[in-house]
Design a protein around this ligand. Structure first.
Ligand code: C5P
Length: 235
């Protein structure tokens, strides 16, 4: 059964990256010889089990067309939306034009260029026969505090069984599409894909991922990602 599985990737890449305070959206910043988005898309495209990639690009984006990857045979372009969840749904809708509803889709942030093939392969191994799907995560290492709006500690939250949600997040195409539609119809703007699957009552599986799969969010993340990419090249 699992040998018949097909795997696709949908990459939301329509954010503006306001926390980077840079002149271009963060996915177009240069890092270790190419742009952030080129690292991300090449890693996904070059994985031996990946059938193809859909990338969601903002309607007013002037940078995408300038990349060689924009004419890649196996990269299809959908239009980005107002929030990440809209960009993902647009990508899934485009994908459903040529993929089967039971195919697996890995949704992966364009802003995570250090995604390693080992993480992708491990995720496929763990989830290929899973009834729901799941996501990469990292168990919390720090002590967790909840504050009020003034920054005063209200409580210390136990970090037992507490994870940071990373991407890729891998679900069946039809089920993820349906889950996102239900969440959006209820005006629930999910910040990751697993939240939509949880919303329809299912339990995604968490899989411990690599710690170098960081999301470029703040200026200091660029040099960290640069270091991780250089390290990965050596090992
Ligand atoms: O802003 P944040 O880092 O949470 O965005 C995660 C990913 O979602 C990024 O790759 C970003 O480009 C994408 N995104 C999108 N459409 C939006 C907002 C964010 O595709 N409207």
């Amino acid at each position: 059964m699992s040998s018949l599985n097909r795997y696709w990737s949908v990459v939301p890449a329509a954010g503006v990256g306001s926390r980077m305070a840079a002149a271009v959206p963060k996915q177009y910043l240069h890092l270790h010889g190419k742009t952030v988005i080129e690292h991300t898309l090449s890693r996904l495209c070059n994985h031996p089990q990946m059938s193809g990639v859909v990338v969601s690009i903002s309607a007013g984006d002037e940078h995408w067309q300038q990349l060689d990857l924009s004419s890649h045979n196996n990269i299809h372009v959908a239009t980005g939306g107002v929030e990440r969840c809209h960009s993902v749904l647009n990508g899934l809708q485009l994908l459903s034009g040529f993929a089967d509803e039971n195919d697996w889709v890995m949704v992966h942030d364009a802003a995570r260029p250090c995604i390693h093939h080992d993480d992708l392969s491990h995720m496929i191994d763990v989830l290929k026969d899973h009834p729901v799907g799941g996501l990469l995560g990292l168990p919390m290492a720090d002590t967790m505090k909840r504050s009020n709006a003034a920054g005063e500690v209200l409580e210390t939250v136990s970090r037992e069984n507490l994870w940071r949600a990373l991407t890729p997040q891998m679900f069946r195409l039809g089920q993820l599409q349906q889950a996102l539609q239900v969440a959006l119809a209820d005006a629930f703007l999910v910040t990751d894909d697993a939240s939509a699957i949880e919303y329809i009552g299912l339990k995604p599986r968490l899989i411990a991922g690599r710690g170098d799969n960081i999301k470029i969010t703040r200026p200091e993340d660029l040099s960290l990602a640069e270091m991780y990419l250089a390290q990965q090249e050596k090992s």
